[in-house]
Design a protein around this ligand. Structure first.
Ligand code: ADP
Length: 265
């Protein structure tokens, strides 16, 4: 039973990276889902009180940018999208700061590109900053630095960014929150009878047996990058969950074994 395994893994984890996908961060009207942020902040506070440390990897800058500028026009050119992210990142962090401060938690922003992980000095600096923030009781919120990230130097999706961050920080667990309960044998949005795969012990076998459908409108990675992220961390002995961020009190529900998910071990 994956729910019981998930519960055991959370109980044993002290350092947890949680990645929140665009579809969880945004309401259906394209605004930041503040109800989710508030509930998430409350759960972060509860986990912190249990002695756990939480690092957030948050998507949503582009959506927040569109919302702030009051336009849903989705121009494709990269500079327009980068400009949207520049506007939206400020709103996103303001929303996180408001939500976390209601529970007396402070937050710090870390914006990263792929180059940062490839350069040993920068990687060490990032690692030290992460450790320092967390040691000071601050909740880091990581996102890709979209304004400098042209296609060639982008990680391109926050699933892989979250995996790299989890490895860099030597996390004990990576939790990927999306708008589905886990990995299915087929895209559940297109196939109502799709079956949830609750435990994955061999990622190559998983890739053989599932079909990968397309991502949502704002999702950048889809299920493929979630599997890639899980593969990355599992290689370092860090288990990963994929779970539905829209379920009530998702982290606490996973901790108490009440929520289905896919566990990668
Ligand atoms: P997020 O923005 O939360 O990162 P994405 O839209 O990038 O989410 O990816 C999640 C989507 O991947 C799901 O909503 C689902 O429609 C799609 N998907 C495609 N194939 C599968 C599959 N085999 N199992 C689960 N989800 C799948």
């Amino acid at each position: 039973m994956s729910a019981a395994l998930a519960s055991r893994l959370i109980a044993g984890a002290r350092k947890i990276v949680v990645k929140i996908g665009s579809n969880t961060l945004a309401d259906s009207n394209g605004s930041i889902n503040t109800a989710f942020l508030n509930e998430f902040a409350a759960q972060t506070a509860a986990l912190t009180e249990q002695g756990k440390q939480v690092v957030i990897v948050s998507s949503g800058a582009q959506i927040a940018g569109l919302w702030t500028l009051g336009s849903w026009a989705r121009k494709k050119d990269i500079h327009y999208r980068q400009a949207l992210c520049a506007v939206g990142q400020v709103e996103l962090m303001a929303a996180w700061r408001r939500a976390l401060s209601a529970y007396n938690l402070k937050t710090g922003q870390i914006l990263l590109t792929r180059d940062d992980f490839g350069d040993p000095v920068r990687a060490l600096n990032m690692r030290n900053t992460l450790f320092t923030l967390v040691d000071e009781g601050i909740i880091p919120v990581i996102n890709e630095n979209d304004t400098v990230g042209v296609e060639e130097i982008k990680i391109g999706d926050n699933d892989n960014l979250a995996a790299l961050s989890a490895i860099l920080w030597s996390a004990n667990l990576l939790v990927l929150l999306s708008d589905i309960d886990g990995v299915y044998d087929k895209n559940p949005k297109e196939h109502p009878g799709a079956k949830l795969i609750s435990e994955v012990h061999n990622i190559n076998e998983l890739k053989q047996k599932i079909s990968i459908g397309s991502a949502n409108d704002f999702g950048t990675g889809g299920i493929a990058t979630k599997i890639e992220a899980a593969e990355k961390v599992c290689a370092y002995g860090i288990p990963a969950f994929l779970a539905h961020g829209g379920r009530p009190n998702v982290l606490l529900a996973l901790a108490s074994g009440e929520q289905p998910c896919t566990v990668f071990v």
